[in-house]
Design a protein around this ligand. Structure first.
Ligand code: ADP
Ligand code: MG
Length: 155
């Protein structure tokens, strides 16, 4: 797992490469290349969990994938956040703030779409359970999520 958790990160939500996450019912908000480049280079790929907040909105549980970006022929990482919440609208261009608090598993290849989807559902359940533990729950209230008022009101 990662040497330095919790890890705090904030950045704009950009268009991904259309792997159809939303069609699977698991949309993932992608960070820009600059934000990904600012991550520690030794951060292992895999599935993580933590807290996320869009603009100055509510803080929700999330699962996060750090993987290899096919757009850059797998030479660059991609960081994608699935927020465990139903939003009324997409939020491309908004500022996403996250804190990564724990690690679930390494990246895997799956034999079928069904196998992939059920693995992600299990990741989500695991994230929900872990985030209810005091050690992780306390980060939901972190000052990091309280942006200066009036700055971003777009959600
Ligand atoms: P892309 O390839 O552009 O990342 P996705 O199918 O992964 O497309 O959908 C991601 C987008 O869906 C996000 O950028 C965001 O605007 C929107 N979205 C809506 N609900 C969620 C959610 N619960 N978690 C993450 N993104 C969401
Ligand atoms: Mg995505």
């Amino acid at each position: 797992a990662m040497r330095q958790l919790p890890y705090f990160c904030r950045g704009e939500v950009v268009k991904g490469f259309g792997r159809g996450s939303k069609e699977l019912g698991i949309p993932t908000a992608n960070f820009s290349e600059q934000v990904v480049d600012s991550f520690p280079s030794d951060i292992p790929t895999g599935i993580y969990y933590g807290w996320a907040c869009v603009g100055n909105g509510d803080v929700h549980k999330m699962v996060l994938s750090i993987g290899w970006n096919p757009f850059y022929k797998n030479t660059k990482k991609s960081v994608e956040t699935h927020i465990i919440h139903t939003f009324k609208e997409d939020f491309y261009g908004e500022i996403l703030s996250i804190v990564i608090t724990g690690y679930i598993r390494p990246e895997k290849n799956f034999d079928s779409l069904d196998a992939l989807i059920s693995a992600i559902q299990e990741d989500i359940e695991e994230a929900k359970r872990q985030l209810d533990l005091p050690e992780h729950l306390k980060l939901k209230e972190d000052n990091f999520f309280h942006l200066p008022e009036g700055k971003i009101v777009n959600n």
